[in-house]
Write a protein that binds this ligand. Structure first.
Ligand code: NAD
Ligand code: TYD
Length: 350
């Protein structure tokens, strides 16, 4: 049995990764360490509650004593580090927690990993640090896509905090030899995404007949990666990635925001039999400060070295994503009303 620590396993990507590993890696035991901030939802893993290969640990990555305890108790073979504050708009209105969690939290986790390797010399161990393409900054419309060699140039407090954590992760490899692999991926979408990010926000606003806010002129471009593809890439990075290396993970699906919102309007209308076009709900609103124009990922190295290429097309996976939200309205409503947090308090307050 491989013992794998996933941090942030109750968030969007973490929840999908827990499920992906549980399904595809029957000899891996998953430990999910999550503080259950507003973005964490333990209901995502209700089906695994009594599963012998899954264990939830309610705790904070900035808690060194807790990290020491769980590393000593479970002797992990690897870490997938996803726990973070992840929303750019929140980082603009309240940056401090981004430093605490993304920078200090990552530092504490690297320290715990390093102590663990020192206590178990010769034991196989890998630390996958999950990061974002936003660390590379903003591309012009005609510029070539980000490669692993692109210089860091973060714009938002979120991307600055992720860039800092990437530097620490790489420094722990160079200085102390900790077997760290860094992955930088593009915008994910799929089931369990908190409805503050563009795609789930627009789906739910369409269903509720609310305005669809598009920042600026809707011309900003993102490369969209279906979360299941991302999970496959992360497992490959863990199994095949070389310590000290960075791997860019993209979906190869560049779209501007207006194209995404139009596609969502048309698909939701089609699926719900709505007669009046939801495009009428689109409202162009004040732009985000420091809004990066374009992200695009060159995944050649990742494809050649760890054999990953995204399999899901944007069209198909967007349709699957909408179906998931339509089929899981109880999840969505409990998140929208905040009821999931009451459930958390009942379960975990002592
Ligand atoms: P998310 O916000 O949905 O989930 C974050 C999870 O981390 C939540 O479960 C939350 O409770 C937990 N968490 C937050 N602070 C914590 C702390 N101090 N201790 C323990 N747990 C804590 O985020 P996501 O979208 O799933 O992103 C996961 C990772 O992937 C992040 O590191 C993010 O930077 C990176 N990433 C995300 C995207 C994307 O499109 N969503 C793209 C590139 C990279
Ligand atoms: P978001 O999902 O917040 O991801 P990120 O900022 O990390 O790329 O936003 C995706 C794009 O959509 C980004 O260019 C900002 C834009 N956007 C809107 O136009 N309206 C919205 O309400 C949101 C949340 C985002």
């Amino acid at each position: 049995m491989e013992k794998i620590l996933i941090t942030g396993g109750s968030g969007f990507i973490g929840s999908n990764l827990v499920k992906y590993i549980h399904k595809n890696k029957p000899d891996w035991h998953i430990f999910n360490l999550d503080a259950l901030t507003y973005a964490g939802n333990p209901r995502n893993h209700q089906a695994l509650e009594n599963d012998s290969r899954y264990r939830f640990i309610h705790g904070d990555i900035t808690d060194s004593a807790l990290l020491k305890k769980i590393f000593t108790e479970h002797e992990f073979d690897g870490v997938f580090h996803l726990a973070a504050e992840s929303h750019v708009d929140r980082s603009i209105s309240g940056p401090e927690v981004f430093l605490t969690t993304n920078v200090m939290g990552t530092f504490k986790l690297l320290e715990a990993g390093l102590n663990h390797t020192r206590n178990h010399p010769g034991k196989a161990f890998k630390f996958v640090h999950v990061s974002t393409d936003e660390v590379y900054g903003s591309l012009g419309f005609d510029e070539p896509a980000f490669t692993e060699e692109t210089a860091y140039d973060p714009s938002s407090p979120y991307s600055a905090s992720k860039a800092s954590s990437d530097h620490f992760a790489k420094a722990y490899h160079r200085t102390y030899g900790l077997p760290v692999v860094v992955t930088n991926c593009s915008n994910n979408y799929g089931p369990y995404q908190f409805p503050e990010k563009l795609i789930p926000l627009i789906i739910l606003n369409i269903l509720d007949g609310k305005a669809l806010p598009v920042y600026g002129k809707g011309e900003n471009v993102r490369d969209w990666l279906y979360v299941e593809d991302h999970c496959e890439a992360l497992v490959r990075a863990f199994e095949k990635g070389n310590p000290g290396e960075t791997y860019n993970i993209g979906g190869g699906e560049e779209k501007n925001n207006l194209q995404v919102v139009h596609a969502l309007c048309d698909l939701v209308d089609q699926k719900t039999g709505r007669k009046k076009s939801s495009r009428e709900l689109i409202r162009f609103v004040k732009d985000r400060p420091g809004h990066d124009i374009r992200y695009a990922i060159n995944s050649d190295k990742t494809e050649k070295s760890i054999g990953f290429k995204a399999r899901f097309s944007f069209e198909k996976a967007l349709s699957k994503t909408i179906d998931w939200y339509l089929d899981n309205m109880d999840w969505t409503r409990s998140v929208q009303t905040g009821e999931y947090q009451q459930w958390i308090q009942k379960q975990y307050s002592s």
